[in-house]
Design a protein around this ligand. Structure first.
Ligand code: GLN
Length: 308
């Protein structure tokens, strides 16, 4: 079959790429097997292909951000979420302690400050810590088409070293952007980052965004199309950390990366892509993941700005 063959040859041609470093800040990431490599492609019409380490589970980390944003947008409405989280690239590190000047909103939902604000918005104003976590895990399970779970070890390790996220949480609470205890919102956000996924899960989740919120396999509507439009817009401008502009020009697929080495792409009306390879470049994006997407964009003509 042409698609699986293509995916296999793509992985093979990039196996010799050994640049980059596995994330070091917690033991569960520092001890990841650096040579793991998997890719999956899901069409909006429900075809799913994968190659390499496509059964390996890894923590979703920052790739959770577009989905908690999607959940908050559907639970609270676009206007209510826009009031608390901006839509512009920050031009700063993902965990920077900074907010928009007058509104005190985080710049966008793809940086940690914005992800914490987004997590607080899940479900409704009176929801508690566990309800918000359940909402997130349930949505992710629905999108993946299987029951997903939180990796306790990663969760505990992140909680032990959460000072930066706690600082962000306290800063947000001092400005009324979150109203629960910073500890509870940070714990929820870290739980959301600790959900275990495979590249096949990521590809299907991406295809769900790409299809305007209709699940590519079940055919069920999971998210409103206005929500997926907004999520993919923010992913385009802010999804790849400081490399977002370069990414848009060179790859041209709305995408989000995570510090465990996962990468999710979503090309509107067409496909979702999932890649996993733990070595990261200086921006924090998977080295091979970036290269896989760049090649696919070129070989399959997926660049969103390509006219013909
Ligand atoms: N859990 C990590 C954090 O909050 C996620 C970071 C990432 O994937 N960039 O710092």
């Amino acid at each position: 079959h042409p698609v699986p063959d293509y995916l296999h040859s793509l992985l093979e041609s990039l196996e010799s790429v050994r640049e980059g470093e596995v994330a070091q800040y917690i033991p569960t990431l520092a001890t990841a097997e650096p040579d793991r490599f998997g890719v999956a492609l899901a069409t909006v019409t429900g075809r799913l292909h994968s190659a390499g380490d496509d059964q390996t589970e890894f923590t979703i980390q920052s790739i959770s951000k577009p989905f908690s944003y999607a959940a908050a947008l559907s639970d609270r409405g676009v206007d209510a979420v826009d009031e608390m989280v901006g839509l512009n690239p920050s031009g700063e590190a993902f965990n920077e302690l900074s907010l928009e000047e007058d509104s005190h909103r985080p710049d966008n939902a793809m940086i940690n400050a914005g992800a914490l604000a987004t997590h607080q918005l899940l479900v409704g104003p009176y929801a508690g810590r566990q309800e918000r976590i359940d909402r997130f895990v349930d949505l992710m399970s629905l999108l993946a088409g299987r029951s997903l779970r939180i990796d306790r070890e990663s969760y505990e390790a992140e909680m032990d070293t959460a000072d930066r996220n706690l600082a962000l949480g306290h800063m947000l609470r001092s400005h009324g952007i979150i109203h629960d205890r910073a500890e509870d919102v940070v714990a929820g956000y870290i739980a959301q980052c600790s959900v275990l996924v495979t590249v096949r899960d990521l590809a299907v989740m991406g295809a769900c965004l790409a299809s305007g919120g209709v699940h590519p396999i079940s055919g069920e509507r999971v998210l409103p199309s206005l929500v997926t439009r907004q999520v993919m817009s923010v992913m385009s401008s802010s999804g790849m950390y400081d490399a977002a502009g370069e990414w848009l020009a060179n790859v041209g697929i709305p995408a989000k990366s995570g510090v465990a080495g996962g990468l999710l792409g979503a090309l509107p009306g067409q496909v979702g892509i999932g890649v996993f390879s733990p070595r990261l470049d200086e921006h924090g994006n998977s080295v091979r993941g970036v290269e896989v997407c760049r090649r696919m964009s070129e070989d399959l003509r997926l660049h969103i700005m390509e006219a013909d």
